[in-house]
Ligand binder design. Structure first.
Ligand SMILES: [Fe+2]
Ligand SMILES: [Fe+2]
Length: 156
């Protein structure tokens, strides 16, 4: 019995690590895209999503620390400079560029939903399953939010 629990625990750590990598990539991606867009409305949405992925990341770090108390997330905050608004002023009003950025993120959010469904299926922990499913739902909301914005940009 003990062995099975240990195996489950190791698997959960790996699942959380994968989710964490995914969230860090999402956070960086939104920061980069924020750096390339000047349009206020689009920036507002990208900033909200950047923050949402940061919250997912923080929650996953807490889950990791519950299982591996010594765990520290990789600290690479250089990318934060990229979204410093003073460095970016006046670039990125091109509608085609904005639409490309929105479409990339719509696809990435759909991918994130699929990944979370996969993690939820793999874990034997009910608590973790609920967390993954909740994050999956939030990723779905992100993609819907971006789709709405894309329609707005198309004047629909
Ligand atoms: Fe996320
Ligand atoms: Fe997301």
């Amino acid at each position: 019995m003990k062995k099975i629990e240990e195996k489950d625990g190791k698997k959960d750590v790996e699942l959380i690590k994968s989710a964490l990598r995914q969230e860090m990539a999402a956070e960086r991606r939104y920061a980069k895209h924020l750096a390339n867009v000047n349009n206020k409305r689009v920036r507002q949405v990208l900033r909200e999503l950047h923050e949402a992925e940061g919250k997912h990341k923080d929650a996953l770090v807490i889950e990791m620390k519950k299982r591996v108390p010594s765990f520290e997330p990789e600290k690479n905050e250089l990318w934060k400079l990229e979204m410093n608004p003073e460095m970016l002023e006046g670039i990125g009003d091109d509608v085609e560029l904005i639409k490309t950025i929105l479409n990339i993120n719509i696809e990435k959010e759909k991918e994130a939903l699929k990944q979370y469904k996969g993690y939820a299926n793999e874990t034997n922990s009910d608590e973790l399953k609920q967390l993954f499913l909740q994050f999956g739902r939030e990723e779905y909301e992100h993609s819907e939010h971006l789709k709405e914005l894309n329609k707005e940009m198309n004047g629909e």
